[in-house]
Design a binder for this molecule. Structure first.
Ligand code: 0PR
Length: 407
């Protein structure tokens, strides 16, 4: 390592602490003052409750998630024998997600903190199984793959998009080499909610015996229900023999509290690749990235799954799609175009000055995400966004566009 990285003398002044001897006063006064202080911080945050967060892929969790989360606050799934009840909840949640994704009985699952950890864990397994280091990803892949490349010393081989903003399947075969550890497909892309041609990808990976990971962090809780609602969407899950792993997040469209994702792995034996001995806790082997982790979000996601069931989730997706359709019409009425016809509840609204419009909207208290390289802003019609909120938003959006010379 270069010497300058180890130069501990530079920037070595001590951090000044904020806390002194704590809050003055006792008992209720101390508590009330503290809550007031916390509230003053919270007031600076945007909230999902008024519907003004329009670009996020997260949501206000279902109320039942909050109740369940709080009652499991002290549990630690890193030491499961201390919490066998919570462990059972986790197993049941994994079973639910396995059913959702048509996983075979050989499959296993790991609850993770979200899509980033799910993708990291999948690529960790692929690297250990194959001993190889190249990951073929579509250009639309989430930036968590950049982290993977840096963290695990892997190389990303990017495949360009078609004009529908999905992976160009015709380019895959030429990129597969003896160094390929995995190929990744996205089922619900971060920027536009598009779905890659996973059936074709799965066939290629099956024939060539290549590890195939599907990033369904966003789409995993949507696509199965779009299918039931007769939308024309491709297969993306374990029904396809070539699919090896799928990451899916309950803290996105699963209506659950952060942090909650899952990685489902076709063959439970592959999981041994990332297991280590854990001599001083109650289980002999420990797999995955985290050690200590809360059962709170697990209980939250399980509660939502039990409360809503498949029918409830279907209804949530149906409502989101109706609101998406409504928003599409309203945007058209004010003369704005979309980058592509939406596949799911994500709209990319074409703008020549997306940053400026987003800044204006933010001044009016509304948040959207900008996708500069697509020259658009992203609006995600999450469950808390209603038609009434769209009616509130559209005139402000129009005004913001006019003020920056966009309309
Ligand atoms: N894979 C896909 C397809 C994703 O869209 C995301 C996140 C991830 C993986 C990573 O998931 P975690 O962030 O849970 O680790 N996509 C959103 C995005 O980058 C995450 C997000 C959510 C961003 C809420 C902002 C926000 O307010 O847009």
């Amino acid at each position: 390592m270069e010497k300058e990285y180890l130069d501990r003398k530079a920037n070595s002044s001590t951090t000044k602490h904020l806390f002194g001897s704590g809050l003055l006063g006792k008992g209720d006064k101390k508590r009330n003052d503290l809550l007031k202080e916390l509230n003053s911080f919270k007031k600076r945050d945007y909230s999902f409750s008024n519907g003004h967060i329009l670009g996020s892929m997260c949501t206000q969790p279902h109320p039942i998630a909050k109740e369940a989360y709080i009652s499991f606050l002290e549990t630690n799934l890193g030491d499961p024998e201390l919490f066998p009840g919570t462990k059972q909840i986790e197993s049941n949640l994994i079973q639910f997600i396995k059913e959702l994704l048509h996983a075979p009985t050989t499959a296993t699952g790991q609850i993770v903190s979200g899509g980033t950890e799910g993708n990291i864990t999948a690529m960790w397994i692929a690297k250990k199984l194959t001993g190889k280091k190249e990951i073929i990803i579509p250009d639309s892949a989430h930036f968590s793959f950049q982290k993977i490349a840096s963290l695990m010393d892997m190389k990303l081989v990017a495949i360009p998009m078609t004009k529908e903003y999905t992976l160009d399947i015709t380019k895959i075969k030429e990129k597969i080499t003896k160094n390929t550890a995995a190929v990744v497909g996205i089922a619900g892309s971060t920027e536009l909610g598009t779905i890659d041609p996973i059936p074709e990808l799965s066939d290629i990976c099956y024939d060539e015996n290549i590890f195939c990971h599907v990033d369904a962090a966003f789409g995993g809780y949507i696509i199965p229900f779009l299918k039931e609602l007769n939308y024309d969407v491709p297969e993306f899950d374990f029904k396809l023999d070539g699919v090896s792993t799928i990451s899916i997040d309950a803290h996105k469209m699963g209506y659950s509290a952060i942090p909650l994702g899952a990685l489902i792995i076709r063959d439970g034996k592959w999981f041994d690749q990332i297991s280590v001995d854990s001599p001083y806790i109650s289980v002999k082997k420990h797999a995955g990235i985290l050690g200590t982790r809360s059962g709170g979000p697990v209980a939250g996601a399980y509660a939502v799954a039990r409360y809503l069931g498949m029918d409830g989730y279907k209804k949530v997706v149906e409502n989101c799609m109706n609101t998406t359709k409504y928003a599409e019409e309203k945007l058209d009425e004010i003369g704005l175009d979309l980058v592509i016809k939406p596949t799911m509840n994500v709209l990319g609204v074409k703008l020549s000055k997306p940053e400026k419009v987003a800044k204006k909207l933010s001044e009016y208290g509304w948040r959207v995400n900008t996708m500069n390289h697509l020259s658009c802003i992203r609006i995600v019609l999450m469950p808390q966004i209603t038609k009434k909120i769209i009616d509130e938003f559209i005139p402000i959006f129009k005004k913001s566009c006019e003020e920056v010379g966009e309309l």
